[in-house]
Design a protein around this ligand. Structure first.
Ligand code: GDP
Length: 456
């Protein structure tokens, strides 16, 4: 897959900016740059140095630039890398890139720099994917997860397990060589113990996927309740902005509105919905249907009710309609700035439903509601900074590994011959290797790297 070509691309976003960075990677990166650079002779400079000069097309000066040199193998791609910082005009950038292509470079494909880093051994596969996540991370938590993965936290753990399993695989291979003599080099109890240990880690990683993914995407949080409960007002209070339309006419928030709220570094996707009361006109009916769809997709459901205008019976009915056991559910009584009777004492909600009384309009207890949201969705799962899987490809490989290990374990309980055992272990090793990239196929690589932007 690696070609000898020297590739070039803009590595900063397109559009006008103070500077643009054009990156080259490959054997000829420095000589190609040198051929259009007027300043010091770049071929005679040390790695990790920066040089001021002009980029010239013949006699025509295109720009004043800074050139940074990274000589192989001390670079991101492990090849010669040059970064040209020029003025960030589209015109200048295009001129320079065209010039470099004229001098022998070729335009980089999406993710090609990172692909080279991977193929040249600078990164393993899960680290390369973390680069993509890092670029697109838009919250502190997503950034943390990607950074942890990039630093190899994730692969280190798996690699250690893989090594141990390889040890057993080779012991069992050895048994195959001595098949006639009926010896056991691989201690079956120890193998069972290792499988248990690996399963523990696999299960933890697979479980972390749910939370990890949620962190990457944002936590779907639906705010449901009857018209006029104060949902839009709450949304505004949470976001400190006049986003949703607040109105006195029941049922005006007909469509769903989505907003991003950051609590303690986690993104919550807040979805305000049309009311849950029985729909009387068709437009609202569409809204209600959408509400139920959104509720089914939500990770957290916030049910808001007007504590003044609703009876205890009505509140209970609403909750019965919305709540399903096991759901992350928060009941919010709104409008406590107004007078209401003993309703809340009468209500007596089941203990697994979290409850808070607020005033969205008077901004009472809104901060506390945010904390409750965070506790409900994330709790203490993030506290020990454990490794987290955020990639569907990884979780699939982990699940396949688990299935293969189950076969190995079965083969230990109902003893099978060493060659069957060996096959199952190899299968497990294969899937583990798929995550960190010891096992790859061109299709897989193409799939992963095509998702990158050009210049990465
Ligand atoms: P939605 O239909 O659930 O989105 O309800 P809105 O946010 O549009 O609010 C309906 C009405 O209730 C508006 O007149 C709001 O000003 C009012 N309202 C919302 N929250 C409160 C509150 O905490 N206290 C009081 N007194 N009025 C509120």
């Amino acid at each position: 897959m690696i070609t000898n070509e020297t590739i070039v691309a803009l590595s900063t976003p397109t559009g006008t900016g103070a500077i643009g960075v054009i990156r080259l990677s490959g054997k000829e990166a420095i000589s190609i740059t040198n051929s259009v650079f007027s300043g010091k002779d770049l071929l005679k400079q040390e790695s990790h140095t920066i040089h001021f000069g002009l980029i010239k097309d013949g006699e025509k000066v295109i720009d004043e630039v800074l050139v940074s040199l990274f000589i192989a193998p001390k670079s991101y791609t492990k090849e010669n890398v040059v970064e040209i910082s020029c003025h960030g005009s589209n015109y200048i950038i295009q001129q320079i890139i065209n010039l470099l292509i004229k001098k022998g470079a070729s335009a980089a494909k999406p993710g090609e720099f990172t692909l080279r880093a991977f193929l040249n051994g600078g990164l393993d596969l899960s680290q390369a994917e973390a680069v993509a996540d890092l670029i697109s991370s838009d919250s502190a938590a997503a950034h943390n997860v990607a950074m942890n993965q990039l630093r190899g936290g994730f692969s280190t753990e798996l690699n250690q397990l893989r090594e141990q399993l390889i040890h057993f695989a080779s012991m069992i291979e050895l048994e195959l060589d001595f098949a006639e003599e009926d010896v056991e080099f691989a201690n079956r109890d120890q193998l069972q113990e290792l499988i248990n240990k690996i399963n523990l880690v696999l299960n933890k990683l697979i479980r972390s996927f749910e939370l990890g993914n949620v962190i990457k995407q944002g936590i779907n949080t639906v705010i449901a309740g009857r018209p006029n409960a104060g949902k839009s007002t709450l949304l505004n209070a949470l976001l400190n902005e006049e986003r949703a339309i607040v109105s006195e006419i029941a049922g005006t928030t007909r469509d769903t509105i989505e907003e991003l709220l950051n609590i303690n570094g986690i993104n919550f996707r807040l979805i305000d919905t049309a009311g849950i009361r029985e729909a009387t006109d068709t437009i609202e009916a569409i809204g209600v249907e959408k509400t139920m769809q959104k509720i089914n997709q939500s990770a957290v459901l916030v049910y808001m009710f007007d504590v003044v205008n609703l009876t205890v019976k009505e509140i209970r009915e609403d909750i019965a309609k919305l709540y399903r056991p096991g759901m992350a559910f928060i009941a919010v009584a709104n409008k406590i700035d107004l007078s209401y009777n003993n309703k809340l004492k009468e209500l007596q909600l089941p203990s697994e439903i979290r409850f808070i009384a607020i005033s969205a309009k008077a901004n009472q207890q809104v901060e506390e509601l945010k904390e409750l949201l965070y506790d409900t969705a994330v709790g203490d799962q993030l506290s020990d900074n454990h490794t987290m899987v955020t990639n569907i490809r990884h979780v699939e490989a982990l699940e396949r590994t688990r299935a293969a290990l189950d076969s190995v374990a079965n083969g230990l309980v109902n003893p099978v011959t060493s060659d069957f055992l060996s096959m199952d272990i190899k299968q497990a090793l294969y899937y583990l290797g798929e995550i960190t990239g010891q096992v790859t196929t061109d299709d897989l690589l193409e799939n992963i790297f095509s998702k990158f932007c050009i210049g990465k």
